[in-house]
Design a protein around this ligand. Structure first.
Ligand code: ASP
Length: 324
């Protein structure tokens, strides 16, 4: 029997002390704590890693603090286009959706795509038609909008940039010649993800995102791409990424963690660190990832100032953190 373990992220980036008040930080950590505790309870009751990561990501999607589901960032056209993926390490089954705008919990549809088994990735109207057939919950696109995200879009548009969720304020500060504070609320990637190992030693990963603020309509990031932002293989690791998606795609970041373990004999920590601190920076990639192996080892490296994160091992209390 394996001791269950789980890690979550709510995005990485330049999370500045100036823009993140002590009170806000407490709010983020409380949310991460409660979501980790819910997924932990499921694992301790004998639930599967797959169920645990889907529950955690669904709760993160429902929480307006994070850039997924309710609270997702805006595209340049002030719309929302959401991406999500799920992978089961037992048999390498995977499901993902991209560019949807009316599904309340994109992770549920990603899982339904996986369970259906015919395809791995469905996009746009086709993904929504599939979700309709499955009876999944639809919402008005306005459900995803929050005043905070709209303000963020206005700031970022004014600065003429396309930025990761948490990178917006810094981009504006730079453009306006104001000094950058050390950790900046808008300079972070608010994508959410979870990885878990259950008591049977099975692994799973799930990721969900609104993408990048002011992104071009139709742009798809790494999150729903199996091997880029999401991957799970019982023999090696389960991984969920957050960061500058284009570079994570080019680096095949999530799969590279498994490949390093498989072909180079690296440990989980060595492999995850190499991807985040070597491969991604070599391409100009910023962000982080969470990873777990079948022994319950966890790695949560990031190359930005902060990453919203939590982890649990066995029945220990969840540990949450934002900065280094
Ligand atoms: N990786 C995500 C994307 O490029 C963004 C993020 O992590 O916040 O869509």
């Amino acid at each position: 029997m394996t001791l269950p373990a789980l890690a979550l992220h709510g995005g990485a980036g330049t999370i500045t002390a100036a823009s993140l008040s002590a009170q806000d930080a407490r709010g983020y950590r409380q949310a991460l704590h409660d979501i980790a505790a819910a997924a932990q309870a499921l694992l301790l009751e004998g639930g599967s890693a797959l169920d645990a990561v889907c529950l955690a990501v669904q709760m993160l999607e429902d929480c307006p603090l994070f850039n997924a589901g309710h609270g997702a960032v805006f595209t340049h056209a002030a719309t929302h286009e959401l991406d999500a993926a799920v992978m089961d390490g037992r048999d390498l089954r995977a499901g993902a959706i991209a560019g949807v705008s009316r599904l309340r919990n994109p992770v549920h549809t990603a899982r339904a795509v996986m369970e259906d088994g015919a395809h791995v990735l469905l996009a746009g109207a086709g993904a929504e038609a599939f979700a309709q057939e499955r009876g999944l919950t639809f919402v008005d696109p306005a459900y995803f909008s929050t005043p905070m995200r709209r303000e963020q879009l206005e700031r970022v548009r004014a600065a003429g940039r396309v930025v990761l969720d948490h990178d917006g304020a810094s981009a504006v500060a730079e453009a306006s010649g104001k000094p950058r504070t050390p950790l900046d609320e808008d300079r972070k990637m608010g994508t959410v993800g979870a990885v878990a190992v259950d008591r049977h030693g099975h692994l799973a990963a799930a990721t969900s995102t609104g993408g990048m603020t002011n992104k071009r309509v139709g742009r798809i990031g790494d999150s729903p791409l199996i091997g880029a932002g999401t991957y799970a293989d019982d023999r090696y690791a389960a991984i969920s990424c957050t960061g500058s998606g284009e570079m994570f795609i080019r680096a095949a970041a999530a799969y590279d963690v498994c490949a390093r373990m498989r072909y180079a004999g690296q440990s989980l920590t060595e492999a995850a660190d190499a991807v985040v601190h070597q491969s991604l920076p070599a391409l100009g990639g910023t962000g982080g990832l969470i990873a777990v192996d079948r022994h319950g080892n966890l790695a949560l490296p990031f190359n930005t100032e902060g990453m919203y994160r939590a982890h649990v091992r066995g029945a220990d209390a969840p540990v949450t953190a934002i900065h280094r």
